[in-house]
Structure formats: C-alpha cells, structure tokens
Write a protein that binds this ligand. Structure first.
Ligand SMILES: *Cc1c(COP(=O)(O)O)cnc(C)c1O
Length: 384
C-alpha cells in the first residue's frame, strides 16, 4: 500500500510500514524465519523460503521504492552486493560508461571482477555531460554515476546525463548514497535505477550494512528479485528491520545533517588555517547553482584542505568529539583522511589527478549540536 499523495516525511514513517494486520503492532514484525508452512502442495501465503522473500524485507523494499519515487526496490546484503546485482543486467561484450571518481569499491568490483566476464568500462569525468556522450559506443548498455563525488564533492547534472542516455536508449544508474532520497531524487530527474549503500544515511545509525536498487520498470523487480533468489546476497530480516527503523527518522535526521553541514562548512571556509572547503552549499562552490537546482539541500558531506599531511594528521589526532573512522551517514560525526584511508588503494598518481591531496580531510557531519562540532574543530585547528 503506497500513499504517494503524502509528503516525504509522512511516507518515510508510513509507506511499507503499516501496522501489522494480525496484531496491530505499529512496527513491522521482524520475521526471523527461513521457511514458511504451506497449506497444501502448491498453496502458500506468498512466501516459501526467505532467500526468495521475507515480509520484513518486503516492507523495506516498499518503503525505499516510495521514498525514491521508484516503481520497486530490491535490497541486498551490502551496497557492493547491490552494485553486483546491477551488473547482472549486462552480458559479455557490453560496455559501461562510469564516473571516474565513483566509490572505490565500485571500481574495484568493475576492474578486478566484472571485466573478467568480458564487460568493458570507460571512466569519464561526468561533471561535463558531453564526456559521457563522447564515451558512448554501440555496445554501451549502462551509464553509472555518483553525485556528489567522494571526497571532492563534484556534481554531475543528473538530468543532462539522463537525456543523453535516453537519446541512445541506454539505462542510467545513480549511486545516491551521499544524499539520501530526502535531499536528492535522481528518478525525478530521469535516472532509471537508483542505488544506495543503506549502510549510510538510510540506516543512519552505523549499526548495519545493506544495499538497495530502486527500479522504475516492472522488469527491474523481476530481474533483481531473480538475482536475490539466485545469487543469495540478500539483506537479512534483522538488517531490514534496522533500516525500516532508521528510515522513519530519515527526514528529521537529514534536516539536522543539512543544517549542521552548512554551519560547519561556513565555519571552515572562514578559518585561516583551512586552504579550501569542498561543499556544494557554499556560494563559492563552482557548481552551487546546479546543487540548488537538482537537490533539496546540500547535506553533510564535505572535505577541506590543510597545508600538509602533517597538519591533517595533527588535526585528526586532536579532535575529541569527531570520531576518526571510515564510513559516513551516521548520527555521529566521522572524520577521515582520504589519502591514507578511503582512497589509499587509488594510488598516488590517480589521487593527484583527481585532486585528492595529502592535506585533505573528509567530514561526515552528524546530528550533534553544530556549536559543539565547531568548537571541537576550532580547538583542533588551533593546534596546527
Ligand atoms: C559505502 C558506499 C558503497 C558501498 O556500500 P557497502 O554497504 O559498504 O557495501 C557504495 N557507494 C557509496 C557512495 C558508498 O559510500
């Protein structure tokens, strides 16, 4: 039961999450079962085995499809498992155009596993949509992008790329992990498939992994549902339940993430020890107008550049409230050093080409009091 006429916050609380018809429980029950009793041979209530289907998972898939404005959704055991499922749309000889600075795990999967099946990839800077057009071949079947990119927060015009894809009859997928559907809904702008690591903002509490593919056509459910059943990389009922719980507060969390993100970015931008801040919400961000046009806010992901590796190390040693760690999108503020953490495997040459310096620090701003976060960064910057 979807209620598309309601606003986002209402749908986040209710869609897919109606009270349990049997007991009236206001939360979707956690169906910890591998199998289901069948009434007679060939007759069951719609579920026969939990790899193929589970009511807690169904609820989460209905919720996420509604929030992204898609037709359906399939959840997987992690974001990477979701991207692997996306790849099953392709056959030997097919070609993919991919953003050159997508999540490192995505390029690792494509370049070290998927290429072995005769699928080809071209990586381009999608911040200029014409680069996508130039890379398209007769065998191109998919264009996969991420916007904003990690960690330099470069944007891609989703509608412009979607238009190019559709002129050529190619599907476009968008990894929307950094924004969440509260702040950006690529399907409204023409994307065919939206992917998330639910590990991040959707779950929101840094306590579980997961991934989702939101589709726009019935064939997406058929295909990705078949992948769930056939390859088995499903999300467990417990993790589904955690994400269902997380999604109920998505709107309020994202409002606070966005407000804090703007305040922290503004603080960093005026600090004399900070060379540069990368945050689309700042008027000086070269794509600020695009950010305003295609998103409903700027979010809480940002990076900033300090003088040197030594300065970055000292800052990361000195913060007391911000937690040094990988990942993002949780209620707590996480701070990290891309060159030695998320982008260590990228290699120095590629990092230099992308502009990821040794003095770069990334922040996933949480929902604490912005003043406390600013005070923490201020005392740590004072040590440099
Ligand atoms: C974390 C992340 C992934 C991978 O998701 P996992 O849940 O860790 O497998 C993919 N894309 C982006 C943008 C991410 O941040």
């Amino acid at each position: 039961m979807t209620k598309r006429n309601f606003g986002f916050s209402t749908r986040a609380v209710h869609d897919g999450q109606a009270p349990d018809p049997q007991t009236g429980a206001v939360n979707v029950p956690l169906y910890l079962t591998s199998t289901y009793a069948q009434e007679e041979v060939g007759k069951h209530k719609g579920w026969d085995y939990s790899r193929a289907g589970n009511p807690t998972r169904d609820a989460l898939e209905a919720s996420l499809a509604s929030l992204e404005g898609g037709a359906n959704a399939c959840v997987f055991g992690s974001g990477m498992a979701a991207i692997m499922a996306l790849v099953t749309l392709l056959r030997t000889g097919d070609h993919v155009v991919c953003g050159e600075n997508v999540y490192g795990g995505t390029t690792r999967l494509f370049n070290q596993i998927v290429v072995n099946y005769g699928i080809e990839f071209t990586y381009v800077d999608t911040s200029d949509p014409e680069n996508v057009r130039r890379a398209i071949r007769p065998t191109t079947k998919l264009v996969h992008i991420e916007t904003p990119t990690n960690p330099l927060m470069t944007l891609t015009d989703i509608r412009a790329v979607a238009d190019i894809c559709h002129e050529h009859g190619i599907d476009m997928s968008v990894d929307n992990t950094f924004m969440s559907p509260f702040l950006q809904r690529p399907i409204e702008l023409g994307a065919d498939i939206v992917m998330h690591s639910t590990t991040k903002f959707l779950n929101g509490h840094s306590d579980g992994l997961g991934g989702v593919l939101v589709g726009t056509r019935p064939e997406h459910k058929e295909k990705f549902g078949f992948v769930q059943k056939s390859t088995g990389g499903i999300l467990s009922p417990f993790e589904c339940w955690l994400v269902l719980r997380g999604v109920k507060t998505l709107a309020v969390r994202m409002k606070q993430h966005d407000e804090n993100g703007r305040k922290v970015a503004a603080f960093l931008a005026q600090h004399k020890k900070v060379k540069k801040v990368f945050y689309p919400g700042l008027p000086q961000h070269p794509q600020h107008e695009l950010a305003k046009r295609q998103s409903y806010g700027f979010g809480s992901m940002m990076s900033f550049e300090l003088e040197s590796f030594e300065a970055a190390k000292e800052l990361l040693r000195s913060v007391r409230l911000c937690i040094l760690g990988e990942s993002l999108g949780g209620v707590e503020t996480l701070i990290s050093h891309p060159a030695t953490m998320t982008h260590a495997a990228t290699g120095a040459a590629m990092r230099a080409r992308l502009g990821i310096t040794d003095g770069l620090v990334r922040l996933s701003v949480g929902i604490e009091d912005a003043d406390d976060l600013i005070a923490d960064l201020d005392q740590a910057l004072a040590k440099l």
